[in-house]
Design a protein around this ligand. Structure first.
Ligand SMILES: *Cc1c(COP(=O)(O)O)cnc(C)c1O
Length: 382
């Protein structure tokens, strides 16, 4: 079914059937007992959390992870029974909402443990929590040497139930030695604190890049999958080549005007580009307010009629200039320019966009703004 995009100036297409296939293929590449923690923070990496979460619920996710209480509350609206883990530290003022929305906080400190235990006791309930251990990221988590003591503290509170233990890798996509060392520290913590054999405990360390080296055997029974489920490998050279995932997200903008300009004309703010020949320019109906960063000025490329055309001059708030002089077929207003995605036989990946924008793919997805309507391809996976 064609998507109704003809009235849109800039839009993102999200292929939910492909998302579903990606989840199935990632699962198939991992041990069958693995809990699939679907990371859908930041509006599901800009893909739209409601549509993405709804489809992932159907596709076989076990658990959802979000950044904060607001994201957790929004997700709770669409799935009452689902476990939802908050990955960031919960602010003291947000603690009551953890109970109100029945979501699972991450704890890293004795202060958090005591405050949650007290609040749960007062409310007469038992709160499920995940303990995070810092094995070398230096961000959240109790420092690994102090993890056993904090585990005892947690166990001393009847109003808390330890449901998961996890760590986070700092260099999963860049340094296998560091990742190995972090994994080793984590495993030693689990042993020291007597957690490795706790029944029902979710033990997770790997993000998309970590999955590359998911150990067979060992106590790990969960993985937190973010970027990979959207069909993007976390780094070039990833071993995940055998996991069949395809991109889910395309970013397109409409050509709003086409014009010819004489050789020698300097274009856009600051006159950073001068035309060296009589040129045809297509003016796109999207700019930095839509998520095309100014860093892409004179650097980025877009597909029009399946050809890569260079962005010329400075990207402006609502419009971007593209040189279409070399195209054999005339470009006309209303034509589609593809910034991320396929067009005819050509493809520009989010990795290409990110490289030209000095971003990482995660950041690109989060930078494509609200003005860019997300439209969903709803076809089922099979
Ligand atoms: C965002 C995040 C993930 C997912 O990372 P990807 O690289 O997108 O797979 C996993 N764990 C934590 C703690 C995160 O913040």
């Amino acid at each position: 079914m064609p998507l109704a995009t003809d009235k849109l100036r800039a839009w993102a297409e999200v292929d939910l059937g492909q998302l579903e296939r990606n989840l199935a293929n990632i699962r198939a590449a991992l041990p069958p007992h693995l809990r699939y923690v679907a990371v859908i923070k930041a509006d599901a990496y800009g893909h739209g959390s409601t549509a993405v979460a709804t489809r992932l619920m159907r596709a076989g996710a076990d658990l959802f992870a979000v950044a904060n209480i607001d994201e957790a509350a929004a997700l709770r609206e669409i799935g009452s029974g689902w476990p939802i883990l908050i990955l960031s530290a919960v602010l003291p003022s947000e603690r009551p909402e953890v109970f109100a929305h029945n979501v699972t906080p991450t704890v890293s400190s004795v202060e958090e443990v005591r405050a949650f235990a007290e609040e749960a006791r007062t409310r007469g309930c038992v709160l499920g929590i995940h303990l995070k251990i810092d094995t070398g990221m230096g961000r959240l988590g109790v420092w690994h040497e102090d993890a056993a003591a904090l585990t005892s503290e947690i166990r001393s509170h009847k109003s808390l139930r330890l449901e998961g233990v996890y760590t986070h890798f700092a260099c999963a996509d860049s340094d296998a030695a560091v990742t190995g060392e972090q994994r080793g520290r984590f495993l030693r913590c689990l042993d020291t604190a007597g957690l490795a054999q706790s029944p029902g405990l979710i033990i997770h360390a790997d993000n998309s890049a970590g999955i590359d080296t998911f150990p067979s055997g060992g106590p790990f029974n969960g993985a937190r999958v973010g970027l990979l489920q959207f069909g993007v490998r976390p780094y070039a050279g990833s071993l995940l080549a055998n996991v069949a995932v395809e991109p889910v997200f395309s970013f397109r903008a409409r050509v709003a005007l086409v014009k010819s300009l004489p050789s020698g004309t300097a274009v856009s703010y600051g006159h950073t580009h001068t035309l060296r020949r009589p040129s045809r320019l297509a003016i796109l109906a999207a700019g930095y307010a839509d998520g095309i960063p100014t860093r892409m000025s004179n650097r980025g490329r877009v597909l029009i009629h399946g050809y890569e055309c260079p962005i010329v001059g400075r990207v402006t708030m609502d419009q971007t200039l593209v040189d279409v002089t070399d195209l054999s077929r005339p470009v006309v207003p209303g034509d589609t320019a593809t910034l991320i995605g396929t067009q005819d036989d050509a493809r520009l990946g989010v990795e290409d966009f990110a490289a030209a924008a000095d971003q990482i793919p995660w950041e690109t997805f989060c930078s494509i703004s609200k003005r860019v309507r997300r439209v969903y391809r709803l076809d089922s996976a099979l």
